[in-house]
Write a protein that binds this ligand. Structure first.
Ligand code: ATP
Ligand code: MG
Length: 365
């Protein structure tokens, strides 16, 4: 991975461009954390990058970053830039490509994200990022309040890095969060959600939740149930969103909405009940069970013990039912199926074709 990245850098430097790996990969490399996301920064413009690398695409012209595939690895190459003036504290109004690395590093969020690696693997540290990594502390590049005012997503990024790396926030960063947290309301729910998810999926998520609560960000982010999340050990992201119950504000796709609705329903029900297990399935029941602090193994065993897992497991088909009742298709079939599911699940009727036929004749003729 790193060797491919260094080769990519050489492709640029041998054409007299400046090029470095920057940000998260270098930070994680120093910390001994494996990372497959490599960001590269260079003075070559997107057009020039495209000319050098055949397998490249410009995903977003405005943003000016080029994605290059090399030996099956994806790299994000971004031209040195200065961001001029932020709109509504979240989006730079204008981006200016520049020839120097330094201003590009100064526009970045945290010192720990400004370390660079050159094509020979040397680490360049212009803004004391190494010291902050060694001291496990999150400091902004320059004034914290200015950084958070420019882009309030950085508040959540600070908490995300403190969480996943188990770092401290500097006192200045803490003060700046308190001073600027009201700006989070200007941020799209989409961006808030994706940053929050990075906190929630961390094995160290409780630290992140504590920090969010400490700064009162549960209010700014409109997550009134965040405190409750701290009381569970739920690892499932969809379970976490079900608990937080914010589908009226945050964006979710159809499938997620269905899952959240069902998980919330099952949370009110008894998970060991055969009908609940049958109707909502193992996944929804396990997620709801985990939130409730139940033993997932027991839920899995109860599910495995179900006589039928779906109505197609019932040992009869609708043609047979119509035949024995001498009836045409109709709504009555569904009523019969509902009744059969119930009787079979609660073991009041054997799942056996003959027994079922007799039962139908006795009760529905
Ligand atoms: P990871 O990839 O592990 O999530 P990262 O630090 O690489 O972490 P990215 O979102 O990939 O984060 O961004 C790459 C680099 O771009 C960062 O290291 C940082 O230098 C800079 N950066 C990203 N987002 C911002 C931002 N909102 N404000 C300022 N600089 C940013
Ligand atoms: Mg990255």
């Amino acid at each position: 991975m790193l060797d491919i990245a260094l080769k990519l850098l050489s492709e640029l430097t041998r054409r007299s461009y400046k090029a470095y790996i920057v940000g998260g990969f270098v930070r994680d490399h120093i910390l001994g954390i494996e990372s497959n996301d490599i960001d590269i920064t260079t003075n070559a413009t997107p057009k020039e990058i495209k000319e050098i690398f055949e397998d490249s695409c410009l995903p977003n012209e405005d943003y000016g970053s080029v994605t290059v595939m090399m030996k099956g690895v994806r790299f994000e190459i971004t031209t040195f830039r200065k961001e001029i003036e932020y709109l509504n504290n979240r989006k730079p109004v204008e981006i200016k490509y520049i020839d120097d690395l330094m201003p590009d590093l100064l526009r970045r969020d945290f010192t720990i994200n400004t370390l660079c690696m050159d094509s020979e693997g040397n680490i360049l540290d212009f803004l004391e990022g190494r010291k902050d990594i060694d001291n496990k502390i999150i400091n902004t590049v320059g004034d914290a309040k200015d950084k958070f005012t420019e882009d309030s997503l950085r508040i959540l990024r600070a908490i995300r890095f403190a969480t996943i790396l188990d770092f401290k926030l500097s006192d200045e960063v803490k003060r700046a969060i308190s001073d600027t947290k009201y700006l989070l309301k200007n941020l799209s729910y989409y961006r808030k959600k994706s940053e929050l998810e990075k906190i929630f999926i961390s094995p160290n998520k409780h630290k992140g939740i504590e920090l969010l609560l400490e700064f009162g960000l549960d209010k700014e982010l409109e997550l009134p149930k965040l405190k409750e999340l701290n009381e569970t050990n739920t690892t499932s992201l969809i379970g976490i969103w079900s608990l937080l119950n914010v589908t009226d504000k945050y964006p979710f796709n159809r499938n997620e909405l269905d899952l959240i609705k069902n998980i919330n329903r099952v949370m009110e029900l008894n998970n060991m009940d055969p009908y609940t297990l049958f109707k909502y399935g193992l996944y929804v029941n396990s997620v709801a069970g985990e939130i409730k602090g139940m033993d997932i193994k027991k839920i899995t065993e109860s599910y495995a013990d179900l006589v039928i897992k779906s109505s197609s497991d019932i040992d009869i088909d609708s043609n047979t039912i119509m035949d024995i009742l001498h009836k045409k298709p109709g709504k009555y079939l569904k009523d019969i199926y509902d009744d059969l599911e119930n009787k079979i699940l609660y073991r009041k009727l054997k799942n056996d074709n003959k027994a079922i036929c007799n039962y139908i004749l006795e009760n529905y003729k």
